[in-house]
Design a protein around this ligand. Sequence first.
Ligand code: PLP
Length: 346
Amino acid sequence: MFSLDTIIRENVKELQPYSSARDEYVSDGSTMVFLDANENPYNNGVNRYPDPQQRSLKTVLAEQKGIASENILLGNGSDEVLDLLFRAFCEPNVDAIISLPPTYGMYKVLCAVNAIENKEVLLTKEFQPDVAAILNTVTANTKILFICSPNNPTGNTISKNKISELLTNFKGLVVIDEAYIDFSEDESWVTELINYPNLIITQTLSKAYGMAGIRLGICIASAEIISVLNKIKPPYNVNELTQKKALERVIDKKSIATEVQNILKERDSLKRALQGIFYVKEIYTTNANFVLVKVDDATKRYNQLLEKGIVVRNRTTQALCENTLRFTIGTTQENNALIKALNELV
Ligand SMILES: *Cc1c(COP(=O)(O)O)cnc(C)c1O
């Protein structure tokens, strides 16, 4: 049985959260007089502290995702959300997490920053989790398993059955990083929240939503898990400008859908063009806004592209990714520039 109580760090269990002036009363344009937070009273749009609970934004997101606001924590990018998970549940120099390379680099970085052991269990050749090997790696101090789906840098979706098996058999927290979910035809794991008390989903406005610059990460989990994270988050971790911009954007579902459709069309064109290039050895299946490609010599091709002013990602040093490059899908113009350059390489 999963028990959140055995996962939370002792100091976090005992912690009384800092109660900020704006926790009780949010400036909502009412006639109340706010003399509680030592702000400058002259209105310039940002002279007041932002809502620490981002209520307006959460209300819209909760409705769109079919969950309650209590199931959402927002952060300064997913990076802050992931860091909060480490700080809430992983005891430095004692606990461990499991990550599944080749995958997103931040899990490893956060292990180093928080003095947590990173137990790495490679994905299979098909870039799927080796469930038996993962479960064999679990110890009493293994707190979190990170699964990225669609996975970065490989682009594929992780098998639903394998994730279910892991959610059922691992007694720690399972974080599914869905940064690229809006490019995928697969359903989000958000609908499974009620079935798995140990499920945590992270999403972001940085990719499909086109808002990498405002830094807005989303954590979706049980109300119990969210309340633990709320205890330790900095009170004003999502600033006023970000909350405003995010709200404007998330209600504009049509623009987001159009851009995603365009990106997927461009992805198809790029894949077709890649098929005709002599040094391209493999084009991997992708459900994201990038494509991983195996070439004859990734570092050579990377440098040749750089000389032509095109920056791609060389993933050759990653496990199972020898001689691969990762191409983000750009605008039609940018993709045509990439295809032209790729065709000129000798
Ligand atoms: C890009 C990316 C993110 C986004 O992180 P933010 O801090 O929200 O910008 C998260 N996870 C993965 C796997 C990513 O590739």
